[in-house]
Design a protein around this ligand. Structure first.
Ligand code: 5GP
Length: 188
């Protein structure tokens, strides 16, 4: 998506540890016009699939998911992150390793909002090693729902997540794929 790539080059910052900072428009301050275009792009990519719900993880995925869900005409459900193992049998749970915080956390989705009749589009801001997406894939499986595919705003193609998910037969569509980051420069 050219608009997105231009914005990454203009405002994105390549940090140490293969981290890209895009918090001036994507995941801290949010540009609603860009996110609207991102939502439209996901709609164009997945419109033929009879998606019944969009699924993401709080908090960075929520804004992206809202725009995608609005264009697809379906609800957005976001998995909640929790540190505690409180007993609640009305939730689907999966454990995720955080790329940015290097910790383990649970993601939970209420059984009220995900059922075996759902066809799910997962969306997220970044794809690095694929652990966040995998956590959501496991929740979709646990619910007995169908997975239509995964929509990612920025994939870091030099990390393993894309390869891992695609090797599982999952359709992964990324709007910008970064091939490398070198001396503070970003390349697609
Ligand atoms: P993964 O689980 O694929 O290893 O990492 C994906 C998650 O980690 C995303 O939900 C995102 O929040 C975070 N993440 C991974 N890489 C980056 C990055 O380069 N920049 C930012 N801002 N977040 C990232």
């Amino acid at each position: 998506m050219e608009l997105l790539k231009a914005r990454i080059l203009k405002d994105g910052k390549a940090l140490d540890g293969n981290i890209i900072k895009v918090d001036s428009f994507l995941n801290h301050q949010i540009d609603p016009y860009l996110l609207d275009e991102i939502g439209k792009e996901f709609y164009e990519l997945f419109r033929s699939g009879n998606v019944t719900k969009v699924l993401t993880i709080e908090s960075s995925g929520i804004a992206i998911g809202v725009f995608a869900a609005k264009y697809l005409g379906v609800p957005l459900v976001f998995a909640k992150k929790t540190m505690s193992l409180n007993i609640d049998d009305n939730v689907y749970t999966s454990v995720v390793h955080s790329y940015t915080k290097k910790t383990l956390y649970d993601v939970k989705v209420s059984k009220d909002y995900l059922t075996e009749s759902d066809n799910i589009l997962i969306v997220d801001d970044f794809l690095a090693n694929g652990q966040a997406a995998l956590g959501l894939v496991n929740i979709v499986k646990e619910a007995g729902a169908r997975l239509e595919g995964i929509g990612i705003v920025i994939e870091k193609g030099f990390q393993d997540g894309g390869r891992l998910l695609r090797s599982m037969g999952i359709r992964v569509e990324s709007l910008a794929i970064i091939s490398q980051m070198k001396n503070g420069e970003i390349f697609f």
